[in-house]
Design a protein around this ligand. Structure first.
Ligand code: PEP
Length: 251
């Protein structure tokens, strides 16, 4: 039985005091969280404040990026042990905005995954096609290749702890969502690809989220699909009422 995981990616929003205010507004709205996991991913600068604000709750702390080296002359980068020391549990790796604006490749994603896992951080690794790739009919081969390259050499012992987020790039921040059936179909391809690497039992235990304009009005339908194990939520996670409704699958 896979425990659904819903993560809020706050992107480059919220000063520390604003982040704390959002946590205070959100926490009482969430319910018991006995049967699902919720992760908040604020910007690096708000990680300590959010870590403090969610202390004693069932919420987990996530970061939006990590570097693959552990220390050294890498101005502006943040190493896995630095995040670990702040109480970070999850880290988003390979978000399409990182791939698009910062030149992140599948090889870098792979190195970041390995470094994160080696230092006790759990990746939420993002894959997904652009509109052009979708229109060219290569969605399935593209996500298959992103998974195969991203997971290259990652030990089976780590696999079950890794979360995959299927995020069609054309659906991120655009208000356009993949239909629940479409998302389920691509996620099935992702799971089959993982089964090809780690075997059926491990792939069946791995959690795969959908991301891309998730809102209260479409979450219940997405979660009704057999392959979808939660959501990676951008814009709607910045609003306590919307994010709490998403977490509760409350249309
Ligand atoms: C995201 O940033 O991962 C995302 C899915 O954004 P949005 O929900 O705003 O489309």
């Amino acid at each position: 039985m896979r425990v659904p995981i819903i993560a809020g990616n706050w992107k480059m929003h919220k000063l520390p005091e604003e982040a704390v205010a959002l946590c205070r507004d959100l926490i009482p709205r969430l319910g018991k969280l006995d049967d699902r996991e919720v992760v908040l991913c604020p910007p690096f600068t708000a990680l300590p404040a959010v870590g403090e604000a969610i202390r004693g709750t069932k919420l987990s702390l996530g970061a939006q990026n990590v570097f693959y080296e552990i220390s050294g002359a890498y101005t502006g980068e943040v190493a896995p042990p630095m995040l670990k020391a702040l109480g970070v549990k999850y880290v988003i790796i390979g978000h399409s905005e990182r791939r698009q604006y910062f030149g992140e490749t599948d090889e870098m994603v792979n190195r970041k995954m390995q470094a994160a896992l080696d230092h006790g951080l759990l990746p939420i690794v993002c894959v997904g096609e652009t509109l052009e790739q979708r229109e060219a009919g290569i969605t399935e081969s593209l996500v298959k290749s992103q998974i195969e390259q991203g997971f290259k050499g990652i030990a089976e012992g780590y696999a079950k702890e890794i979360v995959v987020a299927y995020e069609p790039v054309w659906a991120i921040g655009t208000g356009k969502t993949a239909t629940a059936e479409e998302a389920n179909r691509v996620i099935k391809v992702i799971r089959e690809t993982l089964a090809g690497i780690y075997g059926n039992a491990t792939a069946a235990a791995m959690r795969i989220q959908y991301g891309g304009s998730v809102k209260p009005g479409n979450m219940a339908e997405l979660m009704g699909q057999p392959e979808i194990d939660g959501a990676l939520v951008g814009g709607a996670s910045l609003d306590a009422v919307s994010f709490a409704r998403i977490v509760r699958y409350d249309d």
